[in-house]
Each structure stands twice: as C-alpha cells, then as structure tokens.
Design a protein around this ligand. Sequence first.
Ligand code: ADP
Ligand code: ZN
Ligand code: MG
Length: 522
Amino acid sequence: MKTMEEVLKDWEAVIGLEVHCELTKLNTKMFCGCKLEFGAEPNTHTCPVCLGLPGALPVPNKAAIENIVLAGLATNCDIEKHTMFYRKGYMYPDMAKNFQTTQGPKAFCMRGWLDLNVDGKGASERPIMAQLEEGESAENVTRTAEGYTARVGITRIHMEEDAGKMIHMGGGEGRISGATHSLVDYNRAGTPLIELVTEPDLRTPEEARLFMQKLRQIFLALGISDCSMEEGSLRADGNISLRRRGTTQFGTKTELKNINSFKSLHDGLAYEICRQAEVLEEGGIIYQETRHWDPSAKRTIVMRVKETADDYRMFPDPDLAPYDLSDEFIEAVRAKLPELPDQKAARFTESFGLSGYDSRQLVENMATADFFEACMQDADAKLAKPLANLINNDIAALMNADQDFDLASSPLTPARAVALVDLVAKDAISSKQGKEVFAAILEEDKDPAAIVEERGMKQVSDTGAIEAVVDEVLAANPDKVEQYKGGKTGLIGFFVGQCMKAMKGQGNPKLINQMLSQKLEG
Ligand code: ADP
Ligand code: ZN
Ligand code: MG
C-alpha cells in the first residue's frame, strides 16, 4: 500500500465526524427520574419509563436540554426554538422500548462551526497551503504564521438517549461469538446523550483529531461531561471518502465506528485513506459500509453494510409534545457560558504577550491553563514566556507520561514554578541546572532556593573568570582553533563543552558562547 503522503498527492480525503457525548454531569436520565450512576448494581436504576412499560409517560429532562443548548452556543450554532422528539426504530435487547427517542430534522442546535488551528507537520498535509501567503484564504482555510486555520461546519447537535448494556456469557472475553447466553443491564438505558454531526469539511486525519480535541476541551470547559474516551463517554464515528484532486463530486464513504482515542481516530482514518486509494486505483469500488479500526492489527475490517434511513422508520413521538424553548431560557443559558478555550488563549496572548501557539498549548488542558494563571498572579510579566515553556514542555511531558499526575496537588506549586523560572531568568542557575531543580522539587517537595543551596548550585557569570577559562581552553587546542578559523564553525560546541567542563558545569553558557565567538572571530 502507498503511504498517506503519496496518496494525498493525487487524492483528496473528505471526512465528516459524528460525535457522541454522554452528559455525565447530570443526576437523572433523559426522560425519567432514574439516577445516573456508573458502576451501580445492574438494573437498580430503572423504572417503567426507561423500561418502556405500557402506559409510562416520558418527561424531558430540563437540565439535559440546558446542557445541549450550552454546547450549541459554545460551537456557534443557531438554537432552534421549536423542535420535536422522534422515535427511531431500534430492535435489539439492550433497549427495552424497541425504539430510541431522538430528534428529527430540526435539532436543538443547527448550523454551527469551529475553527481549527493546524500547525507543525500536520499543516503540510493540505497541499493548498503551499500556494498561500500568510493571511490568504482558499477553500475553508486561511494561512497563518504557524500553519493554517480551518473552519469546520457543524450540521447539528441533537439530543438522544443511550441504550443499556449487554454482557455476553460463556464466550471468550465477553464476546458474543461463542456465548451461550447474554445478560442485560438497563441502568444506562435512557442516559442523555448528545450527538454532534459535522459537515464533510475535514480533509486530513490530523484535522479530524484536532476537531475532537477541541470539542473535548469545550465540553470540559462547559462542565457537561467528563469526556472520557477510554470509558466511552465521548466517542466518534469517522466518515471518509476520497476524490481525485481537482474534482468536486464526493466519493462513496465508509464509516469507522466507535473510535475511542484521538490516536485511533487519526490512525484509522489514515489507514482508510490508503486502503480506499488502493481499491480505487486498481479499478475497484468502495462500498458504503461500517468498518471497525483494529489498533493492534493496524487495519480496518468490515462490520456491516450500511442500513438506509428507511430502516429506522423515524416518526414524531406521540408521547412527547413539541418542545418550545423560550428566549428567556436561551438567554439564561447564554449567561452561564464560561470562558471558552479559544477566548482564554486569546486573553493569554493579549495580556501576557505569548504567541498564539504557546497560548493554545496552555489551554489544551484546564489544569495547565489554571496553573499558568495561578503563576501569573504574582509573577513578573517577563516570566510569562519561560513559565509557558516550563508548563508546555516539562509539565506537559510529565502529564503525558503519567495520566494520574495531578498538577493541582503536586509538590510543584505555582509559587515554586515562578521561583524556578526566575532563578534561570536572572542567570543564578543555568537552564540545565533548572531541569535538575525541577526534578528535585517533585521528588523532594522542597523550594527551589533550598535545593539550589543544598546542592551548591550556582552559575558563574563573572566575565573575568569566564575569560580566563576561555583563554585556557583556546590555548590548549591550537589545532581546533585553526580548523574553526578555516570554516569548521560547528566546533563552537566543542569549545563550550570544554569550558563548561573546566567550570564544573557552573559557567553561564550564554556568556561563554559570547566570549568564545568574540575571541575566535576577532
Ligand atoms: P448517512 O446518511 O450515511 O448517515 P449523512 O449525510 O447523515 O450520512 O452524514 C453522516 C456524516 O458523514 C456527516 O458527518 C457527513 O459530514 C459525513 N459525510 C457525508 N457524506 C460524506 C462523504 N461522501 N465523504 C465523507 N464524509 C461524508
Ligand atoms: Zn427510568
Ligand atoms: Mg445520517
């Protein structure tokens, strides 16, 4: 198979996502008063409504509707004031009602969009970028200093309910194949879910990944879900097709179902791009089918061919009256909107002079954004950049390596982080020593000043002392000095290393560098 880079020269990928998010912060189910509780004793949170018993009447959960309106407002959607709930035929034992209550052609939230910031390697996957100057736009993208922004349309966000859970017994690893019987737990049946559908505006797996990440940041900021991809409270279906570059008609799409990590979303789509290209280039056809991404086998396999809309037999739910949202309700929800990640990033750039890139990285995670903000409460403005570096590089690496690392309760308090970057900024210790102090704070739970003191760390910035060492090193290596003057300027690293060694790692590298250049060029 060709690589994705090769395929993308001739083909353009068209991608649209369908994202499901469980509203885990609610207390009760979508249409009844049953408690929402993960991991409770099976079938302890059920009632006639969520079991679909005859005569039971559903009542919409107002708090859930507030959540979806929040999601809509945060993603630039129009809020539909007059909507209806529909029944969608569903014939599987994990939903006792035999239908799923969902929304019809008009959802609570319609016609939204999000802007993605694509930078780094991912930005090169859009060939049009090469033809644009900074600030110029084409298709749905605008070139930026670091890559591009892409505007992705959101078709709708609608409300629906989750099914219960089947547990298959007697087969291998709880799988249905080989099972002798199945058990069903209805605790989850009727859990409020929102489904967000994007327009087919995404063009690369990286854009799809960034879209999911951004959506997750927004939903977390709104406090409507814990958005755990591992536990399945946030999951995505990726729809993808290919078309020849330069053509406009969409190809037939396949759908990758129930993707449960950002990496799987990216890798599954990247694989599908290569697979579809191979089929098409060999003259074959793509069937509209649902496929499953297997991360360990690194390929997708067919699950089933697509059912058509007719199979669902959607019709308005006669038990639920048309639902009207008042202006007062919508405005009351709008008043509850918190500062969103993009707004926070813009404020960081504006107030602290950080680049857009640095600010966006800080807000990728609420913990790091809050930490940065706590640091800046009483830090000098010129420490903003080194603090952002500390957080985005060193702290982010810690958080990536250990999912359980809790920044808010770690020994690295904002005050200690400020003290640390301040020591480096004023050349009291070198940046290399700074790394050592960083590790020591976490290990020993001490203040940076105490660590520096105990370990006898200091940085020699006395130019006289540095000059003496530089002279010594140059005198000891006349051959290397000749080579340097002959054009091998890369030797500067060697000279700096020798000086550092002579100064037991305590020389100020910036001053050593300056002094060496002066003497060698002079
Ligand atoms: P379906 O009828 O199969 O459910 P929809 O039109 O409802 O398809 O779209 C479902 C998702 O698939 C949306 O996110 C949409 O943007 C995306 N999509 C639609 N057509 C294509 C296509 N040809 N290629 C890739 N994605 C597509
Ligand atoms: Zn119930
Ligand atoms: Mg559809």
